[in-house]
Write a protein that binds this ligand. Structure first.
Ligand code: EPZ
Length: 417
């Protein structure tokens, strides 16, 4: 397994570009199964999760050609609607194929995605919604078998929680259903709007995506398209945080303030300044960050849970005490122990982390615990005294394309070993 070696306290500068959004490319690639034609999808990030999704598409009988960040998928000859357990275990978010396979074939079989490093990750909201659309669901030898013998029917669905994955899965099941589907209390993340834009470019009829009520008029057929995935807002925040923790000035290209509004106000509270130009954000950071008060992760447009570990790295070296309440996932503080090994002063009680800012962190040997937790360790290492070694980089590689390449281009002393 590789590790990242970082010598901290280097000033960063210049400009860095953000790659395509993992959490948009994954559902869009799955959606190509429902389209049944050739889709050219550009700006896909080159990540292990994307490669796992391509393997699933090929396993289902789709023709897939990958050329860097451009992926051409033709699902015309789709011949299966079951996903092997080995592939499901490689990528738990493959549950998003359930809706697309139901749309295209009226049947889908896969094992329950199971939990991961940040929580149990149930899919009860997905399954309850499918039942309302006429899907019969049973468990067979640990696998979930979904069948719609009468075809999928539009329904009025009220989500008990604005689940991102459930909203996406329902949209995918509804695009070719008979009648109209209404999703109330839908998740409003920008990636959902990106998925709807992709499907509408394939001839679907989806309105209201990106808001709390989404209306999908089912269509008989969809057609191919040429679509560019939005840029990754969490990666953008990660790079802005790299500047913030090193007191640097940085231009982050392909970054959109409208996608990270609540995070920008937290950065401002810490003393960072922003200038916006077309498709880029320039950040100017103070030599030491101010405390950021209390941060509560919430569904969009609230503070994103995926930025919780990132902002915690900033709070570790900020003045005063910052309180972080994680309201979305039940075990998303596993990076705290590793940050404390670097000299941070963080106490966790239940879903709250109390971060007393310290003047200095110290380079240490630490292990990434999950994707965003791993990035928080990189950020902490960038501002720590001395050398840090971060192991389990495969977690980080799930969401960041060659982090060491991009960060060294802006002045970080970082290498992969
Ligand atoms: C998506 O996960 C993202 N993943 C996550 O990003 C992100 O943290 C999350 O949305 C929240 O924004 C992808 O898009 C691939 P949810 P998802 O369903 O869809 C509970 C990253 O770092 N819930 O909105 O799984 C669930 O347990 C990843 O890129 C149910 O109880 O998130 C959680 O507590 C991590 N029953 C909450 O809802 C269900 O049926 C939010 O989950 C579904 C969800």
């Amino acid at each position: 397994m590789s590790c990242l070696v970082i010598n901290g306290k280097k000033k960063l500068g210049g400009e860095i570009s953000v790659h395509g959004a993992k959490n948009s490319a994954l559902p869009i690639l799955a959606a190509s199964v429902a389209v049944g034609d050739e889709c050219l999808i550009s700006n896909c990030p080159q990540l292990s999760d994307i490669r796992a999704t391509v393997n699933i598409l090929r396993g289902l009988g789709c023709r897939v050609a990958v050329n860097g960040s451009q992926i051409c998928v033709n699902s015309e000859d789709l011949s299966y609607n079951e996903i092997p357990d080995t592939l499901m275990r490689e990528l738990r978010s493959s549950f998003i194929f359930m809706g697309a396979l139901l749309s295209r074939t009226g049947r889908a079989v896969m094992c329950a995605p199971g939990g991961c490093e940040i929580g149990v990750r149930p899919v009860d909201i997905h399954l309850l919604s499918f039942r309302q659309m006429g899907v019969q669901i049973r468990e067979e030898a640990g696998r979930i078998v979904c069948e719609a013998p009468e075809g999928l029917q539009g329904a009025e669905i009220n989500l008990s929680f604005p689940s991102v994955g459930a909203t996406e899965n329902i949209i995918l099941a509804a695009v070719r259903a008979k009648g109209t589907t209404y999703i109330k209390n839908a998740a409003a993340e920008p990636e959902i709007k990106d998925l709807a834009n992709f499907l509408n470019s394939c001839g679907a009829d989806i309105n209201g995506a990106g808001g709390s009520t989404v209306v999908i008029h089912g269509k008989q057929k969809l057609h191919g398209t040429d679509y560019t995935v939005m840029s990754d807002r969490i990666v953008a925040v990660s790079y802005l945080a790299a500047a913030a923790v090193t007191g640097s000035e940085l231009i982050v290209k392909n970054a959109f303030p409208e996608h990270i509004g609540t995070v920008v106000s937290t950065f401002r509270q810490s003393g960072c300044h922003f200038e916006y130009e077309k498709k880029q954000i320039k950040i100017t950071s103070p030599s030491r960050l101010n405390k950021m008060g209390t941060i509560r992760t919430m569904p969009y447009p609230g503070f994103p849970t995926d930025c919780q570990a990132i902002i915690m790295a900033m709070a570790c070296v900020a003045r005063g005490t910052t309180i972080i309440n994680e309201n979305i996932f039940e075990s998303r503080f596993r990076h705290v122990g590793e940050l404390n090994r670097m000299g941070a002063d963080i106490t966790v009680t239940g879903r709250s982390a109390i971060v007393n800012g310290v003047k200095n962190l110290y380079g240490s040997c630490v292990k990434a615990t999950d994707l965003r937790g791993g990035m928080s360790l990189v950020l902490a290492a960038l501002c720590a005294e001395g050398e840090s070694v971060i192991e389990n980089t495969e977690f980080i590689d799930r969401g960041y394309e060659k982090a060491e390449r991009d960060l060294s281009l802006i002045g970080a002393d970082i290498r992969r070993e």
